[in-house]
Design a protein around this ligand. Structure first.
Ligand SMILES: Cc1ncc(C[n+]2csc(CCOP(=O)(O)OP(=O)(O)O)c2C)c(N)n1
Ligand SMILES: [Mg+2]
Length: 698
């Protein structure tokens, strides 16, 4: 069905021409790629245009200016819309060292090679690949949840750095979301918290076209979204006709005029606007086809025989609109910042370091060293001490838990840390509520705002947050995912709370560093590594139960070995070559040491390798890996209270893994370790068998 032409968009003025240029570019990009979603950008183009051209304080010449308004395309399948905007507004490319290059972020050639290898216009927006992209989106709902983290960051930055004379941070965060984003649970989690926190700097634009892939939303989504958001405490405004730019503008003004609540601007739109498949799911997932593209261009009043057409005056129009406004805002900010630096050099220095993801000089001096202690302490507790030490020297380290801070021990108690709430924006303790998925996504939003965030829950619930953890790895942002209660060591809570497959599944994620430290000093060294990460997220996997703090003066390897991922903790006795190597992480390192004692008593030389981070070990040069795991020693036993998946590559054909093959059980830990075979006797027995097998093969 083709709608009656709307005068507001068919009048050949520059607004209408620009909107239709965007639509044309999106249609052509999808058509040429022969893949993508053409209909979504065509429907919502008037809103994106109005926001960018008339509102967004964003300087295309400096897309990383700290006080820029953020625009997150949560309906990432509409990426062609973002590519067209980045191209038409002339956004400049930025390199990985945050240098602004002269070249465009998105050239016409990039647009013409949409979805092709090497193009800066991939299928979905990818942070760090195309400048101007504020967050990687595509998994629906993530972008809106990121935007809540960004809005929290904006409020926090304002509270810490603004003063009566200098408004350094007052940016707004806009997210464009579709029906899918609104259906995903993560958006409800995030919106609920945003409403509670009264994040008035946050505006979600809901592209309500009532169509998803399977059809009309009638089939699965009939709730009253406006009422839902009102119940969350949001300001809700509706735009009845997406093509009425004045109405869109009024909606956005309603957001700017609101100082107490986040805003949802619900826009009634038409997927595939102007095309033969308008308002139909056929506007999804495949190109319109050459004939339909021509018909649509004709309807829009655009030349139907021209592809990738940018009419005269359109580039200049954007340059005079968003370009000029952005430049003015950015240069005014730079003046303000110059004055600020003169008056508050320390605070200004923080802002500068933060922008480059570097830490204050000498921050690591605060890292505690723990005295040997046979009773020891849980790694969640040693981590709490280290976390607070780091927080003391890195003021922009902040975070919280999904309602488990008393258990995960992630409370910041350094002076002034406080709680982040609507009436106190300076707090560094966030309360995410029982919303793991959004918590991780909001942490991503904080990291995208260049703060250093952590969030925490039990390891078993990391699954709830996996979608967002994955995006932290894909975006290459240094989020700290802290997981405690890391094994059957949880004991009486039973199998629902005992992680089994989680370590393997986190280790399977490219780009995520997974650490499972064995004692307090390994925890301290883990923090040394993770706090200084620039481009990688990390998962810290910590115990609830106490672990001895090893006495390393007595011949054990230093905890600094953590930085290499794995290291020789205990050599075979008597300076001889090991008959067997025991590999372990976390709490099982102590089990391996006990098994080693038994083996040595039997005259078997046993080396213990502590292996807190597989990923770092895999990056070491071959000669180091060979030193730790000599090829000649075939008898190897890995011990970990988790799924055995993956250990085979370290233990090899001659090795064995003592691990979990089922879910756990509810019982005191002592009974569990016997039931599941995590005793020194059992481990040493397996080791003896491996030694015998290796000797038989020689
Ligand atoms: C988490 C997630 N599930 C499924 C998809 C696949 N997908 C891509 S677009 C889409 C439909 C989205 O509908 P809507 O948000 O209304 O966008 P519109 O159809 O209006 O473009 C789906 C299911 C996805 N990208 N992310
Ligand atoms: Mg839709």
């Amino acid at each position: 069905m083709t709608a009656t032409p709307n005068p507001a968009v068919t009048t050949p003025d520059l607004d209408a021409l620009s909107v239709n240029t965007i639509r044309g570019l999106c249609m052509d990009a999808v058509q040429k790629a022969n893949s993508g979603h053409p209909g979504t950008p065509m429907g919502i183009a008037p809103v994106a245009y109005t926001l960018w051209q008339r509102f967004l304080r964003f300087d295309p010449a400096d897309p990383i200016w700290p006080n820029r308004d953020r625009f997150v395309l949560s309906e990432g399948h509409a990426s062609a819309l973002l590519w067209s905007l980045l191209h038409l507004t002339g956004v400049r490319a930025v390199d990985p060292d945050y240098e602004i290059l002269g070249s465009p972020a998105v050239s016409m050639d990039d647009l013409k090679s949409f979805r092709q290898l090497g193009s800066h216009c991939p299928g979905h927006p990818e942070y760090r690949w195309t400048s101007g992209v504020e967050a990687t989106t595509g998994p629906l709902g993530q972008g809106v949840a990121n935007s809540v983290g960004m809005a929290i960051a904006g409020k926090w930055l304002a509270a810490r750095y603004n003063n009566d004379d200098h408004a350094l941070f007052d940016y707004n965060v806009y997210a464009l979301a579709g029906d899918g984003c609104m259906m995903e649970g993560i958006s409800s989690e995030a919106a609920s918290l945003a409403g509670h926190l009264k994040l008035s700097n946050l505006c979600w634009i809901y592209d309500s076209n009532r169509v998803t892939i399977e059809g009309h939303t009638d089939i699965a989504f009939t709730e009253d979204v406006a009422a839902r958001f009102m119940a969350y405490g949001w300001n809700v405004t509706t735009v009845a006709d997406v093509n009425d730019l004045d109405a869109v503008q009024r909606g956005l003004h309603s957001f700017l005029a609101e100082h107490e609540r986040p805003t949802l601007m619900l826009v009634h739109s038409h997927i595939g606007y102007g095309s033969p498949v308008e308002d139909s799911p056929s506007a999804h997932g495949e190109p319109l086809g050459a004939d339909a593209v021509r018909a649509t261009k004709r309807f829009l009043g655009m030349p139907e025989d021209q592809d990738f057409y940018v009419p005269d005056g359109v580039y200049d129009h954007f340059s005079a609109g968003i370009g000029q406004r952005g430049r003015d805002a950015r240069t005014a900010w730079e003046e303000t910042f110059k004055a600020y630096r003169g008056a508050y050099p320390e605070l200004a220095g923080e802002i500068e370091r933060m922008q480059h993801r570097t830490l204050p000089d000498g921050w690591e001096a605060a890292l505690p060293e723990f005295q040997p202690d046979a009773r020891g302490l849980a790694t969640r507790d040693s981590s709490a001490r280290v976390l607070n030490a780091v927080a003391g020297s890195v003021p922009w380290l902040l975070g919280g838990s999904a309602d488990l801070t008393p258990s995960t021990r992630t409370r910041l108690s350094v002076p002034g840390a406080g709680d982040f709430q609507a009436d106190d924006r300076s707090g560094r303790n966030l309360h995410f509520g029982i919303r793991e998925h959004a918590a991780a996504a909001m942490a991503n939003g904080l990291a995208l705002s260049k703060l250093r965030p952590f969030w925490s829950t039990f390891l078993t619930f990391s699954d709830y947050a996996r979608g967002a953890i994955r995006l932290s790895a894909l975006m290459e942002i240094p989020v700290l995912h802290i997981f405690t209660h890391d094994s059957i060591g949880v004991g009486e809570d039973g199998p629902t709370h005992q992680p089994v497959e989680h370590l393997a599944s986190l280790r399977a994620m490219p780009g995520l560093l997974v650490f499972r430290p064995a004692d307090a000093n390994e925890v301290s060294q883990t923090w040394r590594v993770v706090a200084s990460l620039h481009r990688e997220p990390a998962a810290l996997v910590l115990t609830r139960q106490a672990l001895p703090t090893l006495d390393r003066s007595a011949g054990l390897g230093p905890a600094s070995g953590v930085a290499r991922g794995a290291y020789v903790l205990a050599e075979a006795g008597g300076g001889r070559a090991p008959d067997v190597i025991l590999l372990a992480t976390g709490s099982e390192v102590h089990l391996a040491l006990a098994a080693r004692d038994e083996l040595e008593a039997d005259g078997i030389g046993a080396r213990v390798v502590s292996m807190p981070c597989w990923e770092l070990f895999d990056r070491q040069p071959l000669d180091y890996r060979e030193q730790v795991l000599p090829t000649a020693v075939k008898a190897r036993v890995a011990v970990e209270q988790a799924s055995t998946l993956g250990w085979d590559r370290y233990v090899g054909d001659g090795g064995a893994v003592v691990g979990m093959h089922t879910f756990g059980a509810s019982a005191p830990l002592k009974q569990l370790v016997t039931k599941f075979g995590f005793t020194p006797e059992q481990v040493s027995q397996v080791a003896r068998e491996r030694v015998a097998a290796a000797q038989a093969n020689n």
